[in-house]
Design a protein. Structure first.
Lengths: 276, 290
């Protein structure tokens, strides 16, 4: 939708405003990056914009804060919850896309509404249950709980991708003697694999970012990256440089991943409800 | 034994897992909310007290209504600013060349994709009264230092950070919606002499309404649930200045007191407030809501 009838001046103004907005979006990251490579003295002086960079803060967060431990915890939780929800979710997505049964849409929309469930509503139950079962601060427990938002997400994303595959391809395979299951694994699965990768990336991003559940349900052994904020709560005595370094390390993989799913962002951000 | 219909093989495993991780804890939550379970007393000491926790919240807890109104102020202020600003930026993007806007959009979405708790760290760094860059920039144009996270402005700062983080979401969604609006009716209106404001409100906006409402609903629900940013920036303080609903649940159940039963009653109320929005959302997606 672009109608060329505006004079050049207004076009320049619009461009400038949008670029300015973009700059506001990006500036905090630039500033954090800058802070993370400042020395201990420069950190507390916001008027210093040009200086000799140091990696001291990055070395400190790994040697003194043992950030690697939290990264490994995050990786364990994120990878296990993603693999399980992709497996179960894709199967269910195929069921919703290719079969018709009674109350199908009611079930599908119930699944969709789960994606909006406030973590605060379930976290207390999980906390009490985890205490009774001695499962608190456990990677597996957290990964299972993350299924509550990853499976609904996968079902809706993959349902859309599977519905995009023409059923005729499958039908011709069935005629050639393929069963429903091998049709799914040999025909549909390879075609939707780019969609599967996009869905996996979204699952990884949202599990990596999840704070509330991780905050309540882990204390030491399974503490993931987002809960690291608890180490920087008081304002006095905060090591700003190290805090910035932690921030940069935590978000870099997410930003890189986001570039791979640009095409599917709208779809991902509406839980697959809208095919962007 | 009768054979199961084939679709069960596909959908049942996922539904069983969801029943375990969603339905069970929700039912359990309703049960806990009717007990006086206190973490300090232990599970065995709990008593079933029917709706006593709810009576306490409504009539005795002085912070129930305050946290509810703080949350409402937060939701209304942040979501309305995000919507208006997001719409303006989306309209601006729509006028740019496709190469430039792809680059800008890729940068604009970074705040919303990043870890929210880390975002709160970043803004804590930026908003610090003495060492923060925000006050440095203000000083350099001659203004005074602002105590961003103090009693008066804390809620405002939290709202600002939320706007910074989530306006990109509205930009993304509304831009996609704008792109889906067909050109012909607009061209016809231009020929008929309509001005751009008329075109926007009479043609463009109605045609993008569905996606617009979906984006708006999702933002409303998400901002009602806010916890991470508030916890990282202010932990609900100073005092109870930024004590939104989720923060209140944390404080009453885990931080200040260990009244899990009452915290559960709070959580049930969150569910009750949000559930009409859930069903509204699913109707919207089905496409027969209006």
């Amino acid at each position: 939708m672009q109608i060329e009838r505006k004079p050049l001046a207004s076009k320049i103004l619009v461009t400038a405003l949008v670029v300015a907005f973009t700059a506001v979006c990006v500036f905090p990251f630039y500033w954090t990056l800058l802070t993370s490579v400042k020395s201990r003295v420069d950190v507390i002086d916001p008027s210093v914009w040009f200086f000799k960079p140091t990696i001291e803060n990055y070395v400190n967060v790994f040697t003194k804060r043992n950030l690697l431990f939290n990264i490994v915890n995050s990786l364990i939780v994120v990878s296990s919850t993603t693999v399980v929800s992709l497996a179960l979710g894709t199967l269910a997505a195929y069921g919703f896309a290719r079969f018709s049964f009674k109350r199908k849409e009611d079930v599908a929309f119930w699944v969709l509404s789960l994606r909006m469930l406030p973590p605060m509503a379930v976290v207390i139950s999980f906390f009490v249950l985890g205490r009774l079962l001695h499962m608190l601060d456990n990677h597996l427990y957290l990964a299972i709980i993350y299924l509550s938002f990853n499976i609904p997400f996968t079902i809706w994303m993959m349902r859309g991708f599977i519905e995009d595959v023409p059923i005729e391809i499958e039908e011709s395979a069935w005629i050639d003697g393929c069963s429903r299951y091998s049709g799914f694994f040999r025909i549909v699965f390879p075609i939707v694999s780019p969609g599967l990768v996009a869905t996996a990336i979204f699952c990884v991003i949202q599990s990596w970012n999840e704070f509330s559940l991780a905050f309540f349900l882990t204390s030491f052994n399974a503490k993931t990256i987002p809960t690291i904020v608890t180490a920087f709560l008081s304002v006095t005595g905060v090591l700003w440089g190290e805090m910035a370094a932690v921030g940069i390390i935590a978000i870099t993989p997410i930003v890189v991943f986001s570039f791979f799913v640009q095409k599917n962002l709208v779809r991902g951000m509406t839980f697959g409800a809208i095919k962007g | 034994m009768r054979r199961l219909p084939q679709h069960y093989v596909f959908i049942l495993p996922a539904l069983i897992v969801l029943a375990v991780v969603v339905i069970f804890p929700t039912v359990f939550l309703y049960y806990i909310s009717c007990t006086n379970f206190d973490l300090a007393q232990g599970w065995a000491a709990r008593k079933f007290v029917w709706f006593d926790n709810y009576r306490y919240l409504f009539f005795e807890d002085p912070l129930f209504w305050k946290s509810l109104s703080t949350t409402l102020v937060f939701v209304v202020a942040s979501v309305s600013c995000e919507t208006v600003l997001g719409m303006l930026v989306a309209l601006g993007l729509n006028r740019l060349g496709s190469g430039l806007r792809r680059v800008l959009l890729a940068l604009i979405i970074i705040p919303m994709i990043c870890t929210p708790s880390i975002i709160s760290l970043i803004w804590k760094l930026m908003l610090n009264t003495e060492y923060g860059v925000t006050n440095f920039l203000l000083r350099s144009v001659g203004a005074h230092n602002v105590n961003w996270l103090g009693e008066k402005l804390a809620l405002c700062s939290v709202i600002l950070v939320d706007i910074w983080e989530w306006t990109p979401y509205m930009v993304l969604m509304l831009f996609a919606a704008l792109q889906s609006v067909p050109l012909e009716p607009i061209e016809a209106a231009v020929v008929d002499g309509a001005n751009s404001i008329q075109i926007f409100f009479r043609i463009t906006l109605p045609m993008m309404m569905k996606l617009f409402l979906i984006a708006l609903t999702l933002r409303l629900v998400d901002s009602f649930k806010i916890f991470d940013i508030v916890y990282g920036l202010t932990q609900g303080g100073p005092g109870s200045a930024t004590e939104v609903f989720s923060m209140r649940i944390f404080r009453i159940g885990f931080q200040h007191t260990n009244w899990i039963g009452r915290a559960s009653a709070y959580a049930v109320i969150v569910l009750l407030i949000l559930s009409p929005i859930f069903s509204r959302f699913t109707k919207l997606v089905k496409g027969n809501a209006y």
